[in-house]
Write a protein that binds this ligand. Structure first.
Ligand SMILES: CC(C)(COP(=O)(O)OP(=O)(O)OC[C@H]1O[C@@H](n2cnc3c(N)ncnc32)[C@H](O)[C@@H]1OP(=O)(O)O)[C@@H](O)C(=O)NCCC(=O)NCCS
Length: 275
C-alpha cells in the first residue's frame, strides 16, 4: 500500500514498543500486557534485533509492528500486530512482505514463526505469504491423579546444562526451547533435575510453569520425568503445574503425555518460510 512506510524500532524505548504492541494485540485470544520489563525479557529470550524489527507508519502514526529475531542465519518472525483501527487494510501483509524481502536480501536460510491455532486471520496472512505449517506446539497441565506422588528429591541444577541438553537432545526444537532461549530466561526460573530429566521452572504459590523440559529417549527417561514432576508436586501439592503451548511431540512424547499430562485446548502452529 503506497501510503505506508517502515522504520526500524531502534529509536523506540522499551516502554514505547510495549505501548505499541499493547495496541496491536488488542482483542488477542490470550490477553497480553507488554510492560517495559516484559519487552526487555522478550528481547533477551527471543534474541530480538531492534535494528531489523519493523514499525509500519501511516503518515505520522505507527499502525503496526513486527519484531525480528535472529540467531545466525535463522530468523524468526516474532510478535506481529496491527492497531485495531487499521486492520484489514493491508498493513499486516505490507509488514510481512517487507520482513520477508529483507530476510531474503540478508541471506536468511529460513524464517519460522508461531501462531495460535485459532488465529485464522493471521494464519491466512502467513499462508498467503508462503509460510507452511511444520507442526503443532502443545501445552499441558500435569495430572496428579495419574502420577505416583512420592517425595523424589529434585536436585537444583545449572541452566547452562539444561540449555546444552535441550540443544543436544532436540536439535530442531522450536525457537523458545532452543538453548539460547533457555539460557536467557529471567531469574524467576531455576534449573531442576531428576537423573536424566531436566527442566527450567518458575513458581508462584498456586502455579508452576515448566518453560524447558527434556527427559531423554529411553523408557527410563519417561520414568525420570514422572519422578521429577512428582518431586515438584510434593513440594507444594496445591500448585498446578503447566507446560505453555511451545512443545512439539518430539520433546513431549506421546507416552509421557499419556501417562502424566492433560493436553490444553490452546495450541500453536509452528510455520516456516524458505527463500
Ligand atoms: C493478524 C493481523 C496482524 C492481520 O493484519 P491486517 O493488517 O489486518 O491484515 P491484512 O489486512 O494485511 O490482511 C492480509 C490477509 O490476511 C488475511 N486476514 C487478515 N485478517 C483476517 C481476518 N480477520 N479474517 C480472515 N482473514 C484475515 C486475509 O487473507 C487478508 O487478505 P485479504 O484482505 O485479501 O482477504 C491483525 O489482525 C492483528 O494485529 N491481530 C491481532 C494480533 C495478532 O493476532 N497477531 C498475530 C500474532 S501471530
Amino acid at each position: 500500500m503506497s501510503d505506508l512506510r517502515v522504520t526500524d524500532t531502534q529509536s523506540f524505548s522499551g516502554a514505547e514498543i510495549g505501548a505499541l504492541l499493547d495496541r496491536c494485540f488488542e482483542g488477542y485470544a490470550v490477553p497480553t500486557r507488554f510492560t517495559p520489563e516484559m519487552v526487555s525479557v522478550l528481547a533477551r529470550t527471543d534474541s530480538i534485533d531492534p535494528d531489523r524489527s519493523l514499525v509500519a507508519w501511516r503518515g505520522e502514526a505507527p499502525v503496526g509492528v513486527v519484531l525480528w529475531c535472529q540467531r545466525g542465519r535463522r530468523v524468526r518472525l516474532g510478535p506481529t500486530g496491527v492497531v485495531k483501527e487499521a486492520r484489514r487494510q493491508g498493513v499486516g501483509r505490507f509488514l510481512v512482505e517487507e520482513f520477508l524481502r529483507r530476510a531474503r536480501d540478508e541471506g536468511a536460510e529460513r524464517v519460522r514463526l508461531e501462531v495460535l491455532g485459532g488465529n485464522t486471520g493471521a494464519i491466512q496472512l502467513y499462508e498467503g505469504q508462503g509460510f507452511r505449517s511444520l507442526r503443532r506446539l502443545n501445552g499441558f497441565r500435569v495430572d496428579p491423579a495419574r502420577l505416583e506422588i512420592e517425595p523424589w528429591e529434585v536436585e537444583p541444577w545449572e541452566a547452562e546444562e539444561v540449555a546444552l541438553m535441550m540443544d543436544r537432545r532436540h536439535p530442531d526444537a522450536p525457537w523458545q526451547l532452543e538453548g539460547e532461549s533457555v539460557l536467557a530466561l529471567p531469574e524467576t526460573y531455576r534449573a531442576v533435575r531428576f537423573d536424566s530429566a531436566l527442566a527450567m521452572v518458575a513458581e508462584t504459590e498456586t502455579r508452576g510453569v515448566i518453560r524447558a523440559w527434556t527427559t531423554g529417549r529411553s523408557a527410563d527417561g519417561v520414568e525420570c520425568g514422572h519422578r521429577l514432576l512428582s518431586g515438584l508436586l510434593c513440594a507444594e501439592p496445591k500448585r498446578t503445574w503447566v507446560f505453555p503451548p511451545i512443545y512439539p511431540s518430539s520433546v513431549i512424547r506421546h507416552d509421557f503425555e499419556q501417562s502424566a499430562l492433560i493436553r490444553e485446548a490452546l495450541f500453536q502452529y509452528e510455520m516456516e518460510w524458505r527463500p
